[in-house]
Write a protein that binds this ligand. Structure first.
Ligand code: HEC
Length: 269
């Protein structure tokens, strides 16, 4: 019985290793801790990507990958996307080299959208009422989750910049007026802005994208994933432990069922 369990545990471990891409991320000198390693393929029926985080020694394991050839690269705060390497699950560990961002502006392109959206200037409490907004809280309610970001993120690259394809406008204010009257959700967007003071809101969004275009950056830098948020080797370990525990529970159940069933119910059936 014990031998069987040991064999099963090894089988589980080797199955997961065969389906995994593993390796280490450095910056050429030291380990890169708490950065994402992304494996992506378009060889499957749908585009497929899996992302893990390096552990405290820069190691990573991307487990349970369907058979395919993957592009693997590193993304992280303080970095720009690294060169993509081609990799297949079950092969020798990869050595990935993270690309340190040459300046803060290029690093900031990977920050979560909210870091950019929080650059939006909000009128001070003493300025209210403004239009239909009685208080600053009502204004915030409109630009946050009960308004604009109830439907989609703001602050991602698509929204913190104004696409040239939108057309030529005398001012960013006009561009924003055109922008939110676009697409199938235009009525909702227009109505939401009108809960406050439409003109002032458009000015606020125009000022925001102008400042982004002029190189202003989020005030805060996001921290990298810490301690338990990092997976790496621990992820594969957890999968193996789970598989082994499931097998042990099943075998125990089988043994008890046989003993109990043999002398009682099975006899009666
Ligand atoms: C009811 C849901 C909803 C709300 C609320 C909403 N939006 Fe939208 N927004 C959409 C949808 C859907 C699109 C895509 C429209 C399309 O392309 O057809 C969109 C598109 C946009 C775009 C263009 C993005 C691009 O790719 O160019 C911007 C900018 C935008 N919204 C800003 C806002 C702002 C600012 C507010 C708050 C005043 C807001 N939205 C509120 C649903 C919403």
């Amino acid at each position: 019985m014990r031998a069987l369990l040991v064999i099963l545990a090894f089988a589980a471990a080797s199955v997961s290793a065969q389906n995994a891409i593993k390796g280490i991320v450095t910056n050429g000198k030291t380990a890169e801790v708490g950065v994402w390693v992304i494996a992506e393929t378009d060889e499957l029926p749908t585009k497929f990507a899996k992302i893990v985080v390096t552990d405290e020694r820069g190691r990573f394991v991307i487990p349970d990958l369907p058979k395919a050839s993957y592009q693997v690269w590193v993304r992280g705060y303080g970095l720009v996307d690294s060169k993509k390497l081609k990799a297949t699950p079950g092969r020798a560990p990869l050595r990935l080299k993270a690309s340190i961002a040459p300046n803060e502006g290029s690093a900031a392109q990977y920050y979560p959208p909210i870091y950019w959206y929080s650059m939006l200037s909000i009128p001070g409490k003493s300025e209210f009422p403004i239009g239909k907004a009685a208080s600053q809280a009502e204004w915030l309610d409109t630009v946050k989750s009960n308004g604009c970001i109830g439907c989609h993120a703001l602050g991602n690259a698509a929204t913190r910049t104004v696409p040239a394809a939108l057309g030529h406008f005398a001012s960013s204010h006009e561009a924003w007026a055109r922008r939110i009257t676009s697409g199938q959700a235009m009525t909702s967007m227009v109505n939401i802005i009108a809960r406050t003071d439409t003109d002032r809101m458009l000015k606020q969004f125009a000022d925001w994208t102008d400042r982004v275009a002029h190189g202003e950056m989020p005030a805060e830098r996001p921290p990298r994933p810490q301690a338990a948020q990092r997976s790496g080797g621990a992820g594969e370990m957890a999968v193996t432990v789970l598989v082994v525990v499931a097998i042990v529970v099943f075998l125990t159940w089988l043994v008890f069922f046989k003993r109990w069933g043999g002398s009682n119910s099975v006899g009666r059936w």
